[in-house]
Design a protein around this ligand. Structure first.
Ligand SMILES: *Cc1c(COP(=O)(O)O)cnc(C)c1O
Length: 393
């Protein structure tokens, strides 16, 4: 006999989420999640699936028929992309300029692929010249890059240049848009990206659980003409076609409530307009950036590659990053994050994504961060920071 544990009612703190995700969820999305469950093959749910696919095509700016949410977090859509595109013996070219390029490499390895790299230091984007050289040296079959590197706060510019290099070499391109989709300009079709995957809990401000993926016909042709099955049954796109394609037959039970949530989150994107949403992220995060810089802090990413949805701020001398993070959580119920990997201890990562990319969140963040730094003896001009932010807003 195992005794029943004394577990009380769930009472999570009411945080303001300004980390690398999840971001604040819009109340309409939370309401959608408390609507009644239906079956995953219910005619009403089939309509919900169609809506989600249409809204995802708009958000990705693509006509791709193959546009679906993958059950799971961003890593699941990432593994669906890589695990289906990379066959045993294929070579995948991945970047070394951040945390998520390494994850691409692990997934390509597990898919039976060989991994080669195009090098750039952490905190810098890929240079198309280096990408071209890597194609010449390694003749890869698949090329992956990270559009918005959440570990460094760097936005990869010149995406069309990268895709044209790849296509001149007959190579398919996979883009990680987890921290850009719905927050930073990304145009799947105009930029000739073959496969893009994302996550719901960053710029779409939806809880994690159903993650966007789109593939064009070239990519799907490769997937459907594989000689061996992908190693994952759950993420096998040729099987998922049965559920999300015309047939609508059972493969696995879709996370109904997460699909409801994604539908509402994407409806918010289309109501606002995708370009207006990109503009909002730039202007609201721009006020955040102006504030921290006027306070005397330094951004980690150079201005040309600044990523509005994820702001990396250098920790000033004599300050411990973790102490400030804890103070913001304790005193302000405010979440920001520390650096990862090579930047651990050197930066804070401050998200400005989706429903968190609002003037009130940014003002609150500047006030709280200013107080935390002053309290711990940092040499910062809090008033100048607050003034710059309110001017910019
Ligand atoms: C968050 C993130 C992922 C992984 O998503 P999870 O939802 O944590 O599985 C992948 N790539 C990038 C760039 C991310 O920021």
């Amino acid at each position: 006999m195992v005794d029943a544990p004394a577990v009380g009612e769930l009472t999570p703190p009411n945080r303001t989420l300004m980390g690398p995700g999840p971001s604040d969820v819009h109340p309409r999305v939370l309401r959608a999640m408390s609507t009644p469950l239906v079956g995953h093959l219910d005619p009403s749910f089939i309509e919900v699936m169609d809506d989600v696919q249409d809204l995802l095509r708009y958000t990705f700016q693509t006509e791709n028929q193959w546009t679906i949410p993958i059950s799971g977090t961003g890593s699941a859509s990432m593994e669906a992309a890589i695990g289906n595109l990379v066959e045993p013996g294929d070579t995948m070219l991945v970047p070394t300029n951040g945390y998520f390029g390494d994850r691409m490499a692990s997934m390509a390895n597990r898919a039976g692929g060989e991994v080669v790299t195009v090098d750039a230091p952490w905190g810098e984007p890929l240079d198309p010249v280096d990408v071209e050289a890597a194609f010449d040296e390694h003749s890869p079959d698949v090329f992956g890059f990270v559009h918005a590197e959440t570990s460094t706060g760097v936005l990869q510019p010149s995406v069309p240049e990268l895709t044209s290099i790849a296509h001149a070499n007959d190579v398919l391109v996979i883009a990680d848009t987890v921290t850009s989709l719905g927050g930073v300009e990304f145009r799947t079709d105009d930029w000739d990206v073959d496969v893009a995957y994302s996550g719901p809990q960053k710029c779409l401000s939806c809880p994690p659980g159903a993650s966007p993926l789109t593939l064009n016909d070239d990519a799907m042709d490769k997937v459907l003409s594989r000689e061996t099955d992908p190693r994952s049954w759950y993420l096998d796109l040729s099987l998922l076609e049965g559920y999300w394609g015309d047939e609508r037959a059972y493969h696995h039970t879709a996370p109904i409530t997460n699909v409801y949530a994604l539908r509402e989150a994407l409806r918010l994107v289309s109501e606002e307009g995708i370009e207006q949403r990109w503009d909002r992220h730039r202007s609201v995060a721009g006020a955040l950036k102006a504030g921290v810089e006027s306070m005397g802090l330094e951004m980690n990413a150079p201005d040309e590659y600044w990523l509005p949805s994820l702001n990396t701020v250098r920790v000033p001398d004599g300050i411990d990053d973790g102490t400030i993070i804890q103070y913001l959580l304790d005193e302000y119920d405010l979440e920001i994050a520390s650096g990862l990997g090579a930047l651990s201890g050197d930066i804070w990562r401050i998200g400005c994504m989706g429903h968190s990319a609002r003037p009130r969140n940014v003002s609150y963040l500047l006030t709280a961060l200013g107080d935390a730094l002053a309290e711990h003896g940092a040499d910062v001009d809090v008033d100048a920071g607050l003034a710059a932010t309110s001017d910019a807003l």
